[in-house]
Design a protein around this ligand. Structure first.
Ligand code: FAD
Length: 313
């Protein structure tokens, strides 16, 4: 039997597994895709280093970054936010490279059962695993499915989460190709994040924008790029990339109402299961486009410690 199983190898699951590793625990991490990182992915083209989702985030603790081998790679933006010179994927890659525990890649958890004091996990490929504690690092829509058997009440609450779609458009261009009234056009989009940091653009003449657009469900990538460029008056982008997230952030909800539903979910979750991820964090800053990777990492560490406490009981 495994002691602890972490399901989901995005930022939250990796942070949990990393803490388990640090404390010498016996754990296994399961990730349905062939790579770790979840939504976080960095890519390079024409000298621009782009991120598909978390691009700018609330600044991370420098000591923790140094412990991951990322000393000096965080670039502060002066407003409490920051980006990583090697792209946000350098953070998930740094967490993943330290993991020595079991890992099951390209395998999805299908359902969870309970047998006496242990959990019985059924994977979609038919593999069965036992565990004493679980960390579910999954968005609510996926967590609802896997929890249905073991806790229909929690599953029902999670299935009620509603999302809105978002297209994140990365545009790399010459600064001369932005209009003089660029600053006044920013409110045309859900958010606009930008950098001319040397590690992210070919030279000081260029700028990288990440534009958030709502209501792009019926558009193809080309139409989305054209719309983003028009809204900002951006001409002749050298690089344009679209990441269209059909279920991106939660539909706007009052922070107090969200806190209340999280409290109810925690109360109904079977003992020994922890639920972590961006759907269970604070919702007040969602529309800014600035990710809370610090919150993801803290949630992972807390869940790891709680799972270890379960084993000691
Ligand atoms: C559109 C968009 C909006 C964002 N909004 C916010 C925000 O509001 N606040 C914020 O802080 N950050 C936000 N982010 C930034 C950032 O991407 C997230 O905070 C962070 O990446 C979430 O990590 P996670 O591990 O919680 O979830 P994910 O990155 O979604 O990771 C979940 C992982 O679980 C895996 N998985 C799913 N189902 C299974 C299964 N059955 N079995 C095994 N594995 C499974 C997936 O493949 C994935 O790797 C947003 C990102 C995007 C793209």
């Amino acid at each position: 039997m495994r002691d602890i199983v972490v399901i989901g190898g995005g930022m939250s699951g990796l942070a949990a597994a990393h803490e388990l590793e640090r404390q010498g625990a016996r754990y296994t991490i399961i990730e349905v895709k062939r790579r770790f990182g979840g939504g976080i992915r960095s890519s390079q083209a024409e000298g621009f280093l782009m991120d598909s989702c978390a691009f700018v985030f609330r600044a991370l603790d420098e000591t923790r970054l140094a412990a991951l081998g990322l000393a000096g790679q965080q670039q502060a933006r002066g407003d409490g936010s920051a980006l990583l010179s090697g792209g946000s994927e350098s953070l998930t890659a740094a967490l993943a490279k330290d993991l020595r525990g079991g890992r099951l890649m390209r395998m999805a958890l299908s359902s969870i059962g309970r047998l006496g004091g242990r959990f019985s996990l059924c994977l979609e490929n038919g593999l069965m695993l036992d565990a004493r504690a679980l960390i579910l690092a999954l968005p609510a829509r996926y967590a609802a499915r896997v929890l249905y058997n073991v806790s229909p009440e929690t599953a029902g609450q999670l299935a009620d989460f509603q999302y809105e779609s978002l297209a994140r458009v990365s545009l790399g261009l010459h600064k001369n190709n932005l209009p003089a009234d660029f600053a006044s056009r920013l409110t045309n989009c859900a958010f606009v994040l930008r950098t001319d940091s040397p590690s992210r653009v070919p030279d000081s003449e260029h700028i990288l924008l990440q534009v958030g657009l709502r209501g792009a469900a019926g558009e193809d990538s080309r139409q989305i790029i054209v719309r983003a460029a028009r809204l900002l008056g951006a001409q002749k982008p050298l690089v344009a990339r679209v990441d269209h997230w059909a279920e991106a952030d939660l539909l706007p909800i009052e922070p107090a109402q969200h806190a209340e539903r999280l409290r109810a979910i925690r109360a109904s979750l079977p003992a020994g299961i922890r639920l972590i991820g961006s759907d269970y964090g604070q919702v007040d800053a969602q529309s800014s486009g600035i990710a809370r990777l610090d919150e993801r990492m803290a949630m992972g560490r807390t869940a790891a410690n709680a799972a270890l406490a379960t084993l000691r009981m």
